[in-house]
Structure formats: C-alpha cells, structure tokens
Design a protein around this ligand. Structure first.
Ligand SMILES: *Cc1c(COP(=O)(O)O)cnc(C)c1O
Length: 225
C-alpha cells in the first residue's frame, strides 16, 4: 500500500474519532487534501485511494494540474491569497474558494463566474489571530461583509475559513474557532453551513469546535519542501 493511502486511512480515522469525541454526526466533516507544492503523482495516488476534494494555493500550479487531470472527477478548492488579476481564472476553474476576504474580490468572482456553471461556493477568510498583517477580514467586520456578499448573484456564500496562529495546546487551539463559530451561528443564516477549520496540526480541536471541512496537507502528502 502506498504511503499516501496509509496516511489517508489514518487521517480519516482521526476525523472519525474526533467526530465521536465531539458528539458530532459521523461523516459530518469532509477532508480537503491540500496538494500545493506536491506533484501530480501524489494527487493521482490519493485519488485512486478515494480522495475527491483537492485544495490548491497557487493559481498557475493549480491550472496546470487541472489540465493534466481533466478526466478525473475532482472538486477543486482554491485556498490561497487572491489578487484581483487572478479572479477570472479562479472563477472559471474552481468549485470552491475558501480565501475570500474582501468585497471587491467577491464581486469580481461573482461577475466573472461563467454563466453555464453553478454558483461558485465561497467561504470568507477570517483573521482570528488579530494580527494586522495576516490575511482575512477581522471578526468585527465579518457580519457586514456577509450582508454584502450574500447579495451577489453568481456566488454562493457557504461559510467561513480561518487559519489561527499555530499552537500545540488543545484548549488554545479550540478558543479562536469557538469565537468565530459563535459569531457566525448568531447571524442565523441557514445557508452558512460550512466551517473550513483545521489543518494537519489541529484537526481534533477544529472538529470539536464545529469544523465541517478540514484542510490537510502535510499529514497526507508529507512535508512541503
Ligand atoms: C497549506 C495550507 C493548508 C495545509 O496545511 P498543513 O499544515 O500542511 O496540513 C491548509 N490550509 C491552507 C489555507 C493552506 O495554505
């Protein structure tokens, strides 16, 4: 068995145990395989082991992979920083975008989404570490941005994404997710059903705090060089 397949089995077991520990429904957390900086062969191996959702951070790299894997039934998620000049290609080539953090980008994605495709699913990236330099809308500004983005016709606002500062302590990993989850739930919008929380190092905490999709790179594909 390939190493990637072994890792995949382990990660799925970990997700399952975290769902049980959090008294969550079995299968309520999906796995996004983060394949940035990883070769095509790794994606193919994970695909052959049953993985269908893949996340990429760099547009040119992603487009090349998509072209090579056009025959595969993959759901592509864009999770990297977005400059305005990239929105057109992102809108045309992905089914999800997790890293939208301002209205201007959301508007462009909506306008540029090809009309023959279903609405583009998006998550708003929220800065929950309160570092001014980090990407993401500040928590205080999130409700207003949500109000504006839900009106856009060709994108479907599904929820939020966050990348907290790394921490090895479980309770500290939980805390920022908890606050964001509460803020979103308080808005009472039924269509916001997605919490893109958790990476290789904090899966369990993220699932305890409501994650519905975890973004895993290193634990699946190994260290990125
Ligand atoms: C790279 C990346 C990940 C994966 O991180 P790992 O620690 O390798 O699991 C998840 N989310 C985003 C936004 C990333 O850029």
């Amino acid at each position: 068995m390939s190493q990637i397949k072994q890792h995949l089995i382990k990660i799925k077991a970990k997700i399952y145990h975290a769902e049980i520990a959090a008294e969550r429904e079995k299968g309520s957390v999906r796995l996004l395989a983060v394949s940035k900086n990883k070769p095509l062969a790794s994606i193919v191996t994970a695909y052959q082991a049953g993985q269908r959702l893949f996340g990429e951070s760099y547009l040119q790299e992603a487009l090349q992979k998509q072209q090579a894997l056009a025959a595969f039934d993959i759901s592509w998620h864009f999770i990297g920083p977005i400059q305005s000049n990239k929105t057109k290609a992102i809108a045309a080539n992905f089914s999800w975008v997790h890293s939208v953090d301002r209205l201007k980008i959301a508007k462009r994605l909506s306008e540029q989404r090809p009309k023959h495709l279903p609405a583009l699913n998006i998550c708003l990236q929220v800065n929950i570490s309160n570092e001014k330099t980090k990407a993401g809308v500040m928590l205080e500004e999130l409700p207003r941005l949500i109000d504006e983005v839900v009106e856009l016709p060709h994108i479907c606002l599904r929820g939020v994404m966050a990348i907290p500062e790394p921490n090895t302590e479980f309770e500290r990993q939980c805390q920022p997710y908890r606050e964001l989850y509460k803020t979103v739930k308080a808005l009472n919008l039924a269509t916001l059903d997605t919490f893109s929380f958790g990476m290789s190092g904090d899966l369990k905490a993220a699932i305890a705090e409501g994650s519905t999709i975890v973004r895993v790179g290193t634990a699946l594909f190994g260290e990125r060089l």
